[in-house]
Design a protein around this ligand. Sequence first.
Ligand code: IFM
Length: 449
Amino acid sequence: MILQKFPTGFLWGAATAAYQIEGAWNEDGKGESIWDRFTHRPHTILNGDRGDIACNHYHLMPEDVSLMAQLGLSSYRFSLAWTRILPAGKGQINQQGLDFYDRLVDKLLKANILPHVTLNHWDLPQALQEEGGWVNRDSINWFAEYAQIVFERLGDRVSFWSTHNEPWVIAFLGYAHGIFAPGIANFSQAYQTIHHLLLSHGKAVQIFRQGNYPGEIGIVLNLENYQPKTKTEVDRQACQRAYDNLAGLLLQPLFQGDYPQQLFQWLGQHQPVIASGDLALINQPIDFLGVNYYSTSAVSFHHHGGLLKTTSQPVSAPGWGKTSMGWGINPAGLKTVLLDLKDNYGNPKMYLTENGCAFPDFPDSRGFVADWERINFLRAHLLAAHQAIATGVKLQGYYVWSLLDNFEWASGYQPKFGLVRVDYSTQQRIPKQSAYWYREVISQNAVAI
Ligand code: IFM
């Protein structure tokens, strides 16, 4: 057995998000979010599932932190429900909401687990959506107000802050394709949303710097590995467009202070409105980039391929299948994504803020899940990350998505991503085989091959 050691101080974490686990959707003064509103509408979510109760983490938080401690996590990434803190999105503060996160942070620190807080993991206050949501330029100030309140309360104890989780998903699944909240289908609104999310990120980073808080701040992007399906010039260009729309659209303004010009010419009338000074605000130095990597796809030109005229298919590496989300498993794709960031965006310090997989997970008669497929997936991706580090990529931590089985957005509770199984009828937590495997990885700071 060979042990592939990770650098000393490498962070071993697991991640969740408020709407996916907390439940208590209208308790203790919490306001309504766009995900509360969206899931309460018929036909939005598989099987009519909703996050009203989810994993009941709001009430089971102390037990969940004990679970994290048993796993040996060195960091835990979670998001704050904006509507717990500001029920109407701005103005009146709900102290009970802030108190909940205050207790969570203290419990984590007591268990030697470094908190990684995501400010926005998609659950915008519904009251702000009624003013146009992220399409309204005022969203920059709404987010700044919220960020300032949270920095003031938790900034002395939180080690890592992510402003937004996966702006691409918010904009395209929420505002262009309408399959996520707020359920809008309008490309111009989607690109404007991207621009405002980036501006609000820049503003929050500025506020964070002004406050001299001790932690680090960054943003989390979902980066898929795109390959052209064939060697033809049309497919190569289609793949470039897909890449520019997913990665370049965010990485270029964040790290280089401009938007991908070829993409913008293609978009024509759908380009966002950009004011002078905007790109400088977005192009603030950040302390780290959070990368969420799940899959690889082959992209080709298709004349029915929507605005970008592209279509894509999952690609699995030889010997690997697909996850129950239908995503292609390709661990080497993670290395490709990390090397792209090193070679083309100035080799930023990075955390792999999400990596994981959904599988059917059949429990035995005791409710135990022997999830060897998940273990194989995680091991192979960690080895790919290890190879990337060996080439000079500054990757300093890894978070499994997810700590718990939870509410997987439009797919409801069907996909199981957790290291820990949740029996939703009893809310019992049952660590899977992968949880025991991960505990071993953490204790050795190494992956065995
Ligand atoms: O569950 C999501 C998470 O909220 C954001 N990143 C991808 C995960 C799996 O789809």
